[in-house]
Write a protein that binds this ligand. Sequence first.
Ligand code: DX5
Ligand code: ZN
Length: 238
Amino acid sequence: MNAPADTGRCTAAADNGRVLIAPSVLSADFTRLAEAVAVAEAGGADYIHVDVMDGHFVPNLTIGPPVIKALKRVATVPLDVHIMIDNPDSTIDWYLDAGADSVSVHIEASPQIGRTLRRIRERGASPAVTLNPGTPVSAVRTMLAEVDMVLVMSVNPGFGGQSFIEDSVGRIAELAALCATEGASPLIQVDGGINSETAAKVTAVGARCLVAGNAVFGQPDIAKAIADIRSAAEAALG
Ligand code: DX5
Ligand code: ZN
């Protein structure tokens, strides 16, 4: 498996006891995004997580392709782009053109998800499938061999700073078991309410890539916040 910095893509890289940390710039100061990226990278961020919301699939409107393109000019780690939009199948190229290194597509939003995941791969990026908290884990079974990552939402998407849904721990364990049964090894990513305490819980059951917004950019010392989440998670690896 390749380290993310070598490939410029988000691939299953947590093969050496490391847990990957993807700070979400949704909680950063939007007037100083370049600085936020630089500080997170200096603090050891493995990816920069970018939340695209359209005001339809989720009740919030955030970042779109022009801002991804700008972030791509300054980021040195891969951009992990999480698209929370209706009908992603028809606009997937916008995000790839903008420079996304991985694109996470919600299974609930995508009637042609197989085609869309293949398109992401064809364009040289990493495909990922995302599950809302209410979607059965088994819904991704047929996609496990095709994706580099499965993103398990641990809040209902739309906003940073929400509380972790505890039921997510069991869902991540279920996904890890399903991957083992299917002989697939996508990176299991978790997004929503991740802090040092929840990071340990989700890592213990199989998560290897943690998105954190408020617990990183909402803290006075961003590098320390990343290090704290990482060490809590890695301690849970046993
Ligand atoms: C929520 C987004 C998350 C958000 C996480 O819909 O997908 O990436 O930024 O923020 P925290 O870590 O504050 O819950
Ligand atoms: Zn996200």
